[in-house]
Every structure is written in C-alpha cells, then in structure tokens.
Design a protein around this ligand. Structure first.
Ligand code: S3P
Length: 441
C-alpha cells in the first residue's frame, strides 16, 4: 500500500486480499470533539480535552473559537501518547466580534453548531466554507434560530451559506424539526442555553445525542422527555475534563474491512459505544458479521469500550430509517457489495446533502467496482458480487475516499483511490493505521 502525492491532492494505491490483524485506536470522535470545544468555549474557566479528533473539521471549530477570543493551547501528549488541548474562556459574554469571516471549511457541523452558539450574541459574524459546504442546506438551522429572535441571513433567502448572524435576546421556543438532525438540535440547544424561557426540540426520529449526554454530565439541567424530545433553560456548562473516546464512524471503516477481508482479526480500543452511533454493528451482525463489543467505562456520559471483529461471510439485508444510521451507510453499502444477495437502504434521502451527494457518488464508485447498484431518491440498492480493483474517486468527500480504501482491501487486484487527501477532514492518519494492521509498519 502506498500514497502518492500530486500537488495538493494524493492517491492511495492498495492491493486487495491482505488480512488486517492487530489492535488499534482510531482518532477521537469528531462529533464529541466539536461539542467539547463549543461547550468549553461557553464555560467560564479552563477545560481540558484529551484525544481530540485530528481532522480539519474539528480544527475549523477550534479556529472559530479562537477568533471569538477563546484561548486554545495544544499541549504535549500525556503518558498514553494522547494529545491534550486546554481551552480557556470567560464564557459567552466575553466573546468578541470576529474581525474576519469565520471559515468552517468543509464542516457542516461547525457551521450549524456555531450558528446556534452565536445566535445569542449581539456581535456580527459571517460564516463561510468551501465549495461543498456552500451547497449544503442551512434553512433547517436558520429558520428556528430566527424564530428564537436572532437575525440570521444567508444566500437564497437564508437557505445557503455564507450565513450572516447578529444574535441577541433569544426567547425559548418549541421547535418541531422537519428533519432529524444532531447538528441542528445541538445548535438550538446552544442557543437555548442563552435564551429566556424553555427551548424544546421535537424531532421526527432520534438523532445523535452527544450534546444531551455531555450537558447532563456537566451539570446543566436538561430534560430528555423521550428519544425524540428534549428541553432546557438558560444555563452554562461548568469547565470540565474529557478524554474523547474513539470515533465509531471512523472505526466503521476497519470494522467493515476486517469483516470482508478473509483472515482478518482486529480489536479497536476505546471507541464511543453510544447506541445511536454503533447501530451499524447491529446491521452487520444481521448480515452475518462476527463482531463483539466490550464496554470498559463511561466518559462524560458516553459509554466507551472495545470492538473485536473477525472475518465473516455476509448476506444482504434491508436498512430502514428507524435504525437512525447515516454516516455509516456508505461503508455499509461497501459491505453489501461483498455480501451475497440484495441490500436495500431506505429512508436515507439525507445522503444526498452530505459532503457529496452520497447517493450519486457511491452509485458511481460501486458501478466502477463492477457492482450492480441502483440509485433511488431515498437510498440505494446493492447486489453483492465480486468487486474488482479499479480506479476510484473521492469526489472530495472523506467518507467516499475511505469507502474506496475499504473496497480496495477486499477487491481482487489493485485499487487506486484518487483525491485521497479528502480524508484529512476526519481521518488524516488512516493510511498509517491501516499499514500497521496490514503488518507494513
Ligand atoms: C452530526 C450529525 C449528522 C452527521 C454529521 C455529524 C453531529 O448530521 O451526519 O456527520 O455531529 O451531530 P445531521 O445533523 O444531518 O444529523
């Protein structure tokens, strides 16, 4: 396996059929890292975040906070080699007006959550991002923030970036969201912490709940009425210390790779076992995978533990919306390409508005691998077969690039993933971790 640089971008070149073996730790959970930074920025005092996610997305959230006057220091790694960041803030009242456009890069999470954070502040702020982010829907966060009293605008009537925000006195509001979204829910909770009265969020289906777990663990009274209903009043988290558990979505690439490459046997240590984030394990188990989960502890409200995976033969399945899986659907589609029979992914129209239109980009790359696949408005149908090594593209989407690597590990012959540098968003050191599991490092 090798990576080949071409100017700003690079290719990953892989030979199929080599087993993965050994123990690894994946980077810290991206979702938890964004939230830890934002909540530390809202707290009055010094917080410590160990094992923060390494990719560009979280770096953008950190940079935004820096522009608001929050002090961030990256200290030397601790005794286990885990990097520790110190975040010092005087709380939201001390935020200053940013003197530049706040660059969210490729990160929808940064843009939406920061919009909620700044909705309560009177200063003017402009949020922008790269070409992919500029095409992603923002009305879902702009409208409810307007309903709370913030002045928020954006291109196309406030539905697209850049966003211009001048926040102010917010009033607690009951929001019935049209689309379940962990990002929008978090934005509204961060706004709700700065609003007068009760902010309640009702979703059509459960979305990831890291924010609720963290707030509860940090002493903010938050009422979780059921998995789709949450409410809070004004307040602020206290400064805290957290060791960010491994990212279950990053782990998913190794879980699927080890399942589909014969002879593989791995352990991924210290991963968040948040039930909303590891539902993909149930799908793979239903398909015939051999995966064991061992809980080892709890960290700021999040169960943490190890995932053990052995190679297994898979068969197709149906994946429906109530399983609330979204970021792992692409890699489940790769698993399906190596399974016997049909796999249908339903109720997943949101795939079309992620870092790329993942229904379109996955269909294209699976076809390139020689897999029979059908794109649908709400998902994708994959007929398993014997994918062959080929030239794949990332489409500038980190998860599509990582899916290409997983497919290449199990496909016959050589696979090249073009635009590999897209992995910098969530998993810049993936190729190094993979090399270790392949026995190359
Ligand atoms: C995220 C929620 C999901 C997910 C995204 C991160 C979060 O998006 O796809 O990668 O951290 O809350 P939605 O907000 O659309 O659910």
């Amino acid at each position: 396996m090798s990576t080949v640089r071409h100017g700003m971008s690079s290719e990953l070149v892989l030979a199929g059929g080599r087993p993965l073996r050994g123990r690894i730790r994946v980077p810290g959970c991206k979702g938890i890292s964004h939230r830890a930074l934002l909540l530390a920025g809202m707290a009055d005092g010094r917080s410590r975040i160990a094992g923060m996610a390494e990719g560009d997305d979280v770096a953008h959230t950190a940079e935004v906070l820096d522009r608001l006057g929050v002090r961030l220091r990256h200290g030397a790694p601790d005794e286990r080699g885990v990097g520790v960041a110190t975040v010092t803030s005087g709380g939201v009242e001390t935020f200053r007006e940013p003197d530049v456009v706040l660059d969210c890069g490729n990160s929808g999470t940064t843009m939406r959550m920061v919009a909620g954070l700044l909705a309560g502040r009177p200063q003017l702020a402009v949020l922008d991002g790269d070409a992919s982010l500029s095409a992603r829907p923002m009305g879902r966060v702009v409208e409810p923030l307007r309903a709370m009293g913030a002045t928020v605008d954006g291109r196309a009537g406030g539905t697209l970036p850049p966003l211009v925000i001048r926040g102010g006195a917010l009033r607690g509001t009951r929001h019935a969201l049209a689309v379940a979204s962990g990002q929008v829910k978090t934005a509204l909770l961060l706004a709700g912490l700065q609003a007068e009265g009760v902010t309640e969020i009702v979703e059509p289906a459960p979305s990831r709940d890291h924010t609720e777990r963290m707030l509860a663990a940090l002493g903010v009274p938050i009422e979780r009425r059921d998995p789709t209903r949450v409410a809070l009043r004004a307040g602020a988290p206290r400064p805290f210390e957290i060791v960010v558990p491994g990212d279950p979505s990053s782990a998913a690439f190794f879980v699927v790779a080890s399942t589909i490459v014969p002879g593989s046997s791995i352990v991924i240590e210290g991963v968040s076992l948040n039930p909303g984030r590891i539902a993909y394990v149930d799908v793979l188990t239903r398909m015939g995978a051999r995966i064991e989960i061992t809980e080892t502890g709890i960290e700021v409200g999040e169960p943490v533990g190890d995932i053990t995976v052995e190679h297994a033969s898979l068969h197709g399945t149906e994946i429906a919306g109530e399983e609330a899986i979204i970021d792992e659907l692409p890699v489940l589609a790769i698993a399906a390409a190596f399974a016997e029979g049909l796999t249908t992914i339903h109720d997943a129209g949101e795939l079309a508005v992620k870092e790329s239109n993942r229904i379109a980009t996955l269909t294209q790359e699976l076809t390139q691998l020689g897999v029979e696949v059908e794109a649908r408005p709400d998902g994708i149908v994959v007929r398993g077969g014997s994918p062959r090594g080929t030239r794949l593209k990332s489409h500038g989407d980190h998860r599509v690039a990582l899916c290409g690597a997983v497919a290449g590990l199990a496909a016959e012959g050589e696979t090249v993933v073009r635009g590999w540098s897209a992995v910098g968003v969530s998993y810049p050191r993936f190729a190094d971790d993979l090399a270790r599991l392949l026995g190359d490092a």
